[in-house]
Design a protein around this ligand. Structure first.
Ligand SMILES: [Fe+2]
Length: 255
């Protein structure tokens, strides 16, 4: 927990709510959001770092993970062809070390005109189980038309759009009705375990809890970029919101 304590100390205003007995995370079965493919984005820089995170997931009871490298024009020009070789290298190492641990290659698509056009053109998108994980910019809200068109195009093509770390878009913290509308459109929401553990401060934690209590959240994810996120996952086990989410999450219907 060393890293985590340092991380938490750096964040003011973390929650003081009453903790519960740690939940058995095997209930969730799979992690749906992680950056484990070595050297392709700002996640695991090498195989050892990826294995360290996977060791952590195994020890916390997880059966598998969808790893979701960033795809963003200019910054992370990833696609199936660039990601498959390092993913297969990781998978080979993992199957030797943890033969029962399942690993699937997904992606975290940044919402822009490029992914919308890829969708329309029937590009070979990385979306295990049909779940299409996408993220928004943190600094400014997305153009509403782009967001709606993306959701519509994903749905008509048979994908389930999943919005990554819904609690981290601070421009919507005062406008939760926008999240409600997105949920009503059929978008699934994923929350980060680290947010529920309080790693990003009280406000983000509260929004994550409100989304769970409103019934909008379908998936818990680590969004693991490094071992600090696995440590945060361990901390999140005592949080009441994680216990509540365990009753409704759909992490388990993946493989
Ligand atoms: Fe991510």
């Amino acid at each position: 927990m060393g890293l985590l304590s340092r991380w938490f100390r750096a964040v003011p205003g973390q929650a003081k709510s009453r903790d519960l007995e740690p939940i058995d995370l095997s209930t969730f079965r799979y992690d749906f959001h992680s950056h484990l493919v070595p050297g392709v984005d700002d996640g695991a820089p090498d195989l050892d770092s990826a294995i360290e995170m996977i060791d952590g997931l195994v020890s916390l009871g997880y059966e598998g993970a969808v790893t979701t490298p960033h795809v963003m024009v200019g910054t992370y020009p990833n696609d199936r062809s660039t990601l498959t070789p390092p993913f297969e290298m990781l998978q080979a190492a993992v199957s030797e070390r943890h033969p029962n641990f399942k690993l699937a290659l997904g992606a975290e698509y940044f919402l822009d005109a490029s992914i919308l056009s890829d969708l329309r053109n029937g590009a070979d998108l990385l979306a295990p189980g049909g779940r299409l994980l996408f993220e928004l910019a943190f600094g400014a809200p997305p153009e509403e038309g782009l967001l709606k068109e993306f959701v519509f195009e994903a749905q008509v093509r048979g994908f389930q759009p999943v919005l990554a770390h819904i609690e981290r878009y601070s421009y919507w913290h005062g406008e939760l009705h926008r999240l409600k509308k997105l949920a009503e459109l059929g978008v699934w929401f994923q929350v980060n375990a680290a947010s529920l553990a309080g790693a990003y401060g009280r406000e983000i934690q509260q929004v994550a809890e409100t989304c769970i209590d409103s019934g909008w959240v379908h998936l818990l994810g680590t969004d693991a970029h490094g071992i600090r996120h696995i440590d945060a996952l361990a901390v999140s086990r005592v949080k009441a919101a994680v216990h509540r989410l365990a009753k409704t999450a759909r992490n388990s219907k993946l493989f």
